[in-house]
Structure formats: structure tokens, C-alpha cells
Design a protein around this ligand. Structure first.
Ligand code: MRU
Length: 369
């Protein structure tokens, strides 16, 4: 995507120095655009845990590069048995809900297993990380193509009036490699001249909506309005939302969708108001071993994210207390929307019903014997 006229993706190997992984440090957006160098496994674990990078596909890709850097370090410090297994465990523990992370790490472990020397493993892991990056890039591009008819049909029905789309959190290009998941059909439609407007949920406590999604859409010239998280239901009652599109951190093989906390409430409001509710996700987000959303591990983050709000004043990052200092606070990062509230899943292979049969129709190779 374009940032101030220059094309960026979210993660890449530094040109000419392929032992350095570069990312956009999202903690400083939208106030400052900063590229960070990751040189070690520990840098990658920290970037994922402290959310320099975030969003399911991107943390998967970052973990894949983390495995590559771990192998490079093993070379420098002398190989030790179990080094890569320990690196895999560290990366997987960094954030527990998005299954893309474990998926990418396991894929890398399998790749490394084919290397007969550490040197061979390093090369395999570098190629493995690059291929995950390419795969997720292509997945997002296809999600855009497949999701486009939903918006196109609404535009036809509205006879050229702007299509109003509500989204939650940031399932944009910043959460992926490029294009996004929920935003991919939006960019695709906008680039084809469809008039649209996006309601951007602020997404407390970390404000991924107001800070990241709003910034992304603005950079692309897309009309949008930031709303407080509790506003969506009211807008739906007034007929001001034509469709809800969100991303996902983990979708069970029966179609339950874990996504940023508050997504479930949007799905309930959408159902009550007969507004279609779609989740857009690559197949790397599907947990093929889990049927029930109730079994998804939900990350709990620090209470300080709820009690303090971070912003910029002049040139300085500031954190201010917005609650009684001694009140306890709780911070579940995700919730689960049951499949029955989901109108469809937009994947790289097309749109399917949020059900085991629907998913298997698109991914028949996953049928269990
Ligand atoms: O806590 P975050 O910012 O990593 O949560 C991200 C989300 O919930 C996104 O909606 C999800 O990862 C989909 S990303 C395309």
C-alpha cells in the first residue's frame, strides 16, 4: 500500500542485509512512521508480544522470520540440541489466540527438519519465511477479489449511493502483508470506482480502529468515520450500515470466529437488524483441530491497557490514566462469534457458509478420514 506516495508492505528482509528483518513499528502510528530492524529471535518475540506488529497473518509471518533468525543465531553461538524447538515454543507463547502464529512456526519446523546441516536449515528457513510472506500476500489479494461481489451487489442495490461498511479493529494491510483481510474487498471495490464509506470502530482498549484502520483508509483516500465502540448497534437500527466485514484471529473448522474483543456484540446487533455480517480470513487462520469456539484460548492482556490511554501531544507520546487508580480492570483481547451469527466467510478460495460443510466445500483436502 502507498504511504506518502511510496509503496510499503509490513515486513521484509532488509535489501542487501538478509539477516535483518524490517517491520513497520505500529506502536507509533498514525503519529510517526517508523521502520524497525529485527536482528534476533528475541527481537521477533518482543515485536509480537508488545505489538510492534499485530494482526493474525502478520504475526504468523513475523514468527516465520523469527525461526529464520533463531537458526542464524544458532550458527553464531554454536548449535545446541533443541535450539529451534525452544525458539518455536518462545514464539508460540508470545500471543496465544491467533492460530496463524502456531501454523507458521510449525510449517517452519517442518521445513527445517529437511535440512541436513545448520547451514541448510538456515537457507530453508529463510525461503520458508519468504514463502509464507508471499502466500499471505496472495491470500489477501484473492480475499479482495472474492469479497468484491458483496460490495458490488450492495452498490447496485443502492443505485450509486455510497455503500456503508462497518469494520472492527484493524484487519487491514497493517495486519497482513498487504491489502488486509476485511479491508481487501473494500480497497478492491474502491479502486474499481464503487462509492463507499467505512464506519471504523475505535476498538478500545488499544484503538487499532481509530489509530490504524482510519490511518490506512485515509492514506488510500477512502471516506470513513471513526465511531466509539458502542455506536454500531444504533447505526444499524437507523439503516446506516449495509454490511459488516471483520477479520479473524482463529476460526474453528465449524465456522466459529474469534476476533478482537467486541466483534461478537457487532454480530448480535447485525443479526437483530438483518445486516449481513462477514468474516474475511485466509485459511492459515482456520484451526483445523478445533470445532468449538469455546475451546479457543483467549489472550488476556495487562489491565493497564484498559486503565490508561495512550496518545500524542505535540511531538511526545503520552499515557494518561482514565480510571480510578486503584480499581481493578480486566482485558480480554478477543471474543468468539458463533457461526450462526456469521453470514459467510470470505477466504482466498471464495465465500462459504460458516459451517463445517461450507468450509470443507472450499477446502476438500481437509476432509478427515
Ligand atoms: O490484537 P490485534 O491487534 O493483533 O488483533 C487483531 C485483530 O483482531 C484482527 O481483526 C485480526 O487479526 C484479523 S487480521 C487481518
Amino acid at each position: 500500500m502507498q504511504v506518502a506516495g511510496q509503496h510499503y508492505q509490513t515486513i521484509w528482509l532488509k535489501p542487501g542485509e538478509n539477516r535483518i528483518v524490517q517491520i513497520i513499528d505500529q506502536r507509533f502510528l498514525p503519529f510517526r512512521f517508523t521502520v524497525e530492524d529485527l536482528r534476533t529471535l528475541a527481537d521477533c518475540v518482543c515485536a509480537i508480544k508488545d505489538m510492534h506488529v499485530r494482526g493474525a497473518p502478520l504475526i504468523g509471518a513475523c514468527a516465520a522470520y523469527g525461526m529464520y533468525l533463531a537458526a542464524c543465531e544458532a550458527k553464531e553461538h554454536g548449535p545446541s540440541a533443541g535450539w529451534l524447538a525452544a525458539a518455536a515454543a518462545d514464539l508460540k507463547a508470545a500471543r496465544p489466540t491467533a492460530v496463524n502464529l502456531a501454523w507458521a512456526v510449525d510449517r517452519q519446523l517442518e521445513k527445517a527438519g529437511a535440512g541436513e546441516s545448520l547451514h541448510a536449515q538456515i537457507e530453508l528457513l529463510r525461503a520458508g519465511a519468504e514463502s509464507i510472506r508471499e502466500l499471505e500476500l496472495e491470500n489477501s489479494r484473492k480475499i479482495g477479489e472474492h469479497g468484491y461481489p458483496i460490495i458490488e451487489e450492495l452498490a447496485t442495490r443502492k443505485r450509486g449511493q455510497p455503500v456503508n461498511i462497518l469494520t472492527h479493529c484493524n484487519a487491514g494491510w497493517l495486519a497482513c502483508i498487504d491489502y488486509g483481510t476485511a479491508t481487501a474487498p473494500i480497497y478492491y471495490a474502491f479502486d474499481r470506482g464503487i462509492r463507499l464509506h467505512v464506519w471504523v470502530d475505535e476498538t478500545r482498549p488499544r484503538n487499532q480502529g481509530s489509530r490504524l484502520t482510519a490511518w490506512e483508509l485515509g492514506e488510500h483516500g477512502i471516506s470513513h468515520t471513526i465511531i466509539a465502540d458502542n455506536t454500531g448497534g444504533h447505526l444499524m437500527q437507523r439503516g446506516l450500515v449495509d454490511v459488516v466485514i471483520v477479520g479473524s484471529d482463529r476460526t474453528t473448522c465449524a465456522g466459529d470466529v474469534a476476533n478482537k474483543i467486541g466483534t461478537y456484540l457487532k454480530a448480535l446487533a447485525a443479526k437483530d437488524n438483518k445486516v449481513p455480517f462477514y468474516a474475511a480470513l485466509p485459511s492459515s487462520t482456520i484451526d483445523w483441530d478445533l470445532r468449538s469456539g469455546g475451546d479457543i484460548e483467549i489472550e488476556e492482556r495487562g489491565a493497564e491497557e484498559v486503565k490508561y490511554v495512550e496518545g500524542w501531544s505535540g511531538d511526545e507520546r503520552k499515557t494518561v490514566l482514565v480510571a480510578p487508580e486503584n480499581s481493578p480492570a480486566m482485558n480480554y483481547a478477543f471474543d468468539v462469534t458463533p457461526a450462526r451469527l456469521v453470514s459467510g466467510l470470505i477466504t482466498e478460495r471464495g465465500i462459504c457458509e460458516a459451517s463445517e460443510q461450507g468450509i470443507i466445500r472450499l477446502f476438500p483436502e481437509r476432509v478427515r478420514a
